[in-house]
Design a protein around this ligand. Structure first.
Ligand SMILES: Nc1nc2c(c(=O)[nH]1)N[C@H]1C(S)=C(S)[C@@H](COP(=O)(O)OP(=O)(O)OC[C@H]3O[C@@H](n4cnc5c(=O)[nH]c(N)nc54)[C@H](O)[C@@H]3O)O[C@H]1N2
Ligand SMILES: Nc1nc2c(c(=O)[nH]1)N[C@H]1C(S)=C(S)[C@@H](COP(=O)(O)OP(=O)(O)OC[C@H]3O[C@@H](n4cnc5c(=O)[nH]c(N)nc54)[C@H](O)[C@@H]3O)O[C@H]1N2
Ligand code: SF4
Ligand SMILES: [Mo]
Length: 737
């Protein structure tokens, strides 16, 4: 399917998948729903990857759920039911559980793919309707370590504190554990442009990925050693006298301790831990420091470790010591992953959080949000368990689960155990678009609408709030997630407070977020629809936006005040409302230019030191396993495994291993190989390549069944972010039949 620019009257909207949230148009053509390029949308400039291009195929009734399913008491199988019956069953399951075991026996699990409106409504549903503290979501598995480190260092977590376009204009990028060329292909152009302008790309990845192939310098550390690597680089920065002393003095605190910690990490010691030769460490430091502007961008490689938070802190320390954050075209950023990975972590589906990125333990935040919700702050539960801890508790003190927007049977660490926990629940309800591996275990499956069939907002990896518009009608028989929550709330005695109109939910979300770190108060649907729909960067505090909202206009208002205000506004990171007549707050593309979001306005160094992985190789399990993604599949594969073109490109799991390791085991390319860890055994064909370290094997995690990578992964958690150790565990390899 080629994008066909000729089709008229396409509705501008956004891709359902990753955090780039590429702009695309959808039109009804002869062959069904067709994708049209939107070159005017800034982030992707019209370019789409194969997943985005083929996304309309998942709209087809052939591959998706179109009626509710309930578990038959007679046969034990899933059978069709009416919506009334299905929602009654869910309400009944939740009420019974609560009556028998208390409010915290009911849990909610959400997803970073859900729109802001859904994430907000889900968090409110858990706290207000169920009164449970037990809610978390799959974003915990995604960027939570970077978020925690960003909070600690800068007082605020917005994945990228600058627009992606700044990457094209910087002088050096250290890209740590990101395979952007496969995970966000249209973003590769920013790195290509940077290089074309004379900039240097340094990639840190144990594998020579398609991204690493673009690098001027590729460092290939042993998985799980990024913390030591970053410390080694900081050691060299100090030893070579490359610290930006004036910046450190003026804009940071805590350098002395962080420096002392780094000085214990000699280059030769770091080489021994990481396997990266000292000359390469020196070269990286030389290039990074020589550039007037430079950035470190991290993704899941360094973050999905049981020391992910400290690892990111070490990379941030490197940036701070060299005077990068809060300076133009420079700084630290995290490449958030899921479609609404940024917004999904701001509005209250996280265990410890209230909307607007507020803390559930902060009395003022509780009072504010309770006021918006019309409840007594005392009734709001406290923080609950993190995602893996919650999944691990299923069937124990947590007896019923409502799951929306995740497929943990495939994507959770130690997945066989998690699957067994899910099966041991008294009651499971899943709202999904397709019958995912997790939905297949449910007592009730609720078929919901998806991206192109409903309007909502998403916040991309830059902190850019976007309007993802409805472009096509859903098939009969499905309802929106908001309607599901409305129907359940009604049955549980909350007839009000859960509107089904996304704009109405957004209005409330804006009020709830007002004054919080992620402040959306000045944003309206009308504003997001203006111009080419390039969106508004948060924070965007209240201004005339609110007045316009209250005057009753919305999408209708497109093309009025905001555009002019943006032109007039101090767009370069303006921290405050533009002021003056009619000037709505322009939003904040660039953060920290004047001060960091900490109390004293300074960024904080955190002293960190290297530590081993939760599970290091030994004689029984001598090889390191790391996991990740391939271009043509998305996450648990629930959606992309239903698209023929994508399956043809990436038909199944594989085990990537070095020729030397293969030779030692007598394995040839294509041979079936069993990968065995202390958690279980997975089997997939060998893919022999010299582009991986000889001590490491790699498996993508997109598939269920015998090739499920997460059967093997270790659930050790980061002490701060509660991120599992997806990126490193010990395994042995065997030839399989
Ligand atoms: N095609 C595709 N695109 C996606 C997704 C998808 O499933 N498929 N998912 C989206 C989501 S939610 C996310 S979070 C992003 C993830 O985007 P990425 O972070 O780019 O994806 P990964 O493949 O998980 O990991 C990136 C790289 O980390 C490397 N790595 C493994 N272990 C280590 C280590 O210890 N240190 C270092 N430095 N690197 C290591 C891997 O070899 C891999 O190349 O992608 C988004 N885009
Ligand atoms: N080994 C290993 N495991 C990993 C990772 C890794 O790198 N290695 N990465 C982790 C990361 S970064 C992530 S983000 C997770 C992701 O893993 P999952 O949480 O499983 O993510 P998805 O596969 O995107 O699951 C989303 C589900 O929600 C459904 N869905 C889509 N849109 C909607 C909607 O609007 N409403 C509802 N109700 N449902 C919807 C989809 O059909 C799908 O079934 O995996 C983690 N697991
Ligand atoms: S890069 Fe991400 S947002 Fe863009 S088309 Fe591909 S999956 Fe969609
Ligand atoms: Mo993710």
């Amino acid at each position: 399917m080629q994008p066909s620019p000729a089709v008229p009257a396409a509705t501008p909207t956004h891709c359902p998948y990753c955090a780039l949230q590429c702009g695309m148009g959808l039109a009804r053509g002869a062959g069904g729903v067709e994708v049209v390029e939107r070159p005017e949308f800034p982030v992707n400039g019209g370019a789409l990857c194969g997943k985005g291009r083929t996304a309309p195929e998942v709209l087809s009734s052939r591959v998706r759920l179109t009626e509710p399913l309930v578990r038959s008491h007679a046969t034990g199988g899933l059978v069709p039911a009416t919506w009334e019956e299905a929602l009654d069953r869910v309400a009944d399951g939740l009420v019974r559980t609560r009556a028998a075991h208390g409010a915290d026996a009911c849990a909610v699990f959400g997803g970073g793919g859900l729109t802001n409106e859904k994430a907000y409504a889900l968090g409110k549903f858990a706290r207000v309707v169920l009164g449970t503290s037990q809610i978390d979501y799959n974003g915990r598995f995604c960027m939570s370590s970077a978020a925690a480190a960003g909070q600690r260092a800068f007082g605020l977590d917005r994945g990228l504190p600058f627009p992606l376009a700044d990457v094209a204009r910087t002088g050096c990028v250290i890209l740590v554990g990101s395979n952007l060329a496969e995970t966000m292909p249209p973003a590769l152009r920013y790195l290509t442009e940077m290089k074309a302008g004379g900039g240097t790309l340094i990639v840190v990845d144990p594998r020579r990925t398609r991204t690493a192939e673009q690098a001027d310098l590729h460092l290939a550390p042993r998985p799980g050693t990024d913390l030591a690597l970053a410390l080694g680089l900081l050691h060299l920065v100090v030893a070579e006298g490359r610290v930006d002393e004036a910046y450190v003095a003026e804009r940071t605190t805590g350098f002395a301790e962080a420096r002392a910690a780094a000085m214990a990490h000699w280059p030769e010691y770091v080489e021994r831990i990481t396997g990266v030769p000292v000359p390469q460490l020196r070269e990286a430091v030389r290039r990074f420091c020589a550039a007037e502007h430079a950035m470190v961008l991290t993704a899941r490689g360094p973050e999905q470790q049981a020391k992910g938070t400290d690892t990111v802190a070490a990379w941030i320390n490197l940036c701070l010591a060299t005077g990068r954050p809060g300076r133009p075209l420079s700084g630290y950023g995290c490449l958030t992953g899921q479609g609404n990975g940024q917004g999904g972590r701001e509005h209250g589906q996280k265990a410890d959080q209230l909307p607007g990125y507020r803390k559930l333990t902060d009395p003022a935040a509780r009072a504010h949000v309770a006021g918006v919700w019309g409840v007594d702050p005392e009734t709001l539960p406290g923080p609950g368990r993190s995602a893996y801890e919650l999944l691990d508790a299923l069937g124990g003190d947590v007896r019923a689960l409502l799951l929306m927007g995740s497929n943990p049977v495939v994507s959770a660490p130690r997945a066989a155990h998690v699957e067994e926990r899910i099966r041991s629940l008294d009651f499971l309800a899943v709202a999904d678009v397709v019958l995912s591996e997790t939905a297949a275990l449910a007592d009730v499956v609720l078929p919901v609408t998806q991206w192109a069939e409903e309007t909502g907002t998403v916040t991309n990896l830059e902190g850019r709030v976007l309007l993802r518009r409805k472009a096509v009608d859903p098939p009969a028989g499905v309802r929106t997630d908001l309607a599901v929550l409305h129907g359940l709330a009604e049955r549980l005695g909350h007839g009000k407070g859960f509107p089904t109109d996304p704009e109405e939910v957004f209005e409330e979300l804006c009020r709830a977020s007002a004054g919080g770190p992620a402040d959306y108060a000045g944003i309206t649907y009308g504003r997001l629809a203006e111009g080419v729909g390039e969106g508004v960067f948060w924070p965007c505090p209240d201004g005339p936006g609110r007045a316009r909202r209250e005057a009753g206009g919305a999408l209708r208002e497109a093309g009025t005040a905001g555009g002019a205000a943006r032109e007039a506004g101090a767009a370069e990171g303006a921290p405050r409302a533009a002021g003056g007549a009619g000037g709505a707050h322009p939003g904040t593309p660039r953060l920290f230019l004047e001060r960091f979001a900490t109390e004293d306005g300074r960024a904080r160094f955190v002293p960190v030191t290297h530590r081993e992985a939760a599970e290091e190789p030994d004689t029984e399990y001598p090889v390191l396993l790391t996991t990740g993604r391939v271009l043509a599949q998305y996450q648990s594969g629930a959606q992309t495994r239903r698209v023929a073109e994508l399956n043809a490109a990436a038909p199944g799991p594989f085990v990537e291993l070095h020729p030397r390791l293969a030779a030692r085991l007598g394995l040839a390319d294509g041979d079936r190989v069993a990968v065995v860890s202390r958690r279980g055994r997975a089997v997939a064909p060998a893919r022999v390549t010299s582009g991986i370290r000889p001590d490491t094997v790699f498996m993508p995690f997109h598939w269920p069944g015998e090739g499920r990578a997460n059967t093997l992964t270790h659930p050790a958690l980061d002490p701060v972010s509660r991120m599992p150790e997806f990126k490193v565990c010990a395994v042995r390899l065997e030839r399989a039949q």
